[in-house]
Design a protein around this ligand. Sequence first.
Ligand code: HEC
Length: 136
Amino acid sequence: MSKLRAWWFGFGLIVLSVGALAARTQQSAPEAPAVKAAPITDGPTAFRESGCVQCHQIRGVGGHKGPDLSGVGRRLKKDAIQRQIMHGGAEMPAFGDALPSEQIAALVKYLSHCRAKQPRVQKPAPAADGALASAD
Ligand code: HEC
């Protein structure tokens, strides 16, 4: 009798461990991570989806609480842009804890490529001699 019980016990253990193994393999299947929101690695999309656009304009689109970033890649180096995003500023919230690092990297890369000479403010065209164009 106790032999039979021991057999069932062993059999049950095997079934359990096979089941556990199967569950583990299933967990590491490629579709599993989709449950957690993936970081946005497209720069312009990240800029929109991270809330930056509420305060910052790029090429005429966005808010005015913060400076226009259309030409920020000319003014700031990559590490300065990253620092600003991670730690925020006087009136800008810090995003270091809020965003995945891949998403911050995408923002830094995108902004460092925003190198417009002037923010797109609707202004009358400068005089033909180009004196105004060299001011920036
Ligand atoms: C609540 C408004 C607000 C939001 C949201 C915001 N910023 Fe800012 N940002 C500012 C303000 C205001 C400044 C001006 C300097 C300061 O306050 O530190 C600034 C400055 C910057 C600068 C430096 C610009 C320069 O010319 O020196 C960068 C780069 C920047 N923000 C990027 C971002 C990015 C990327 C995001 C989104 C992840 C973002 N900001 C979200 C308000 C905001």
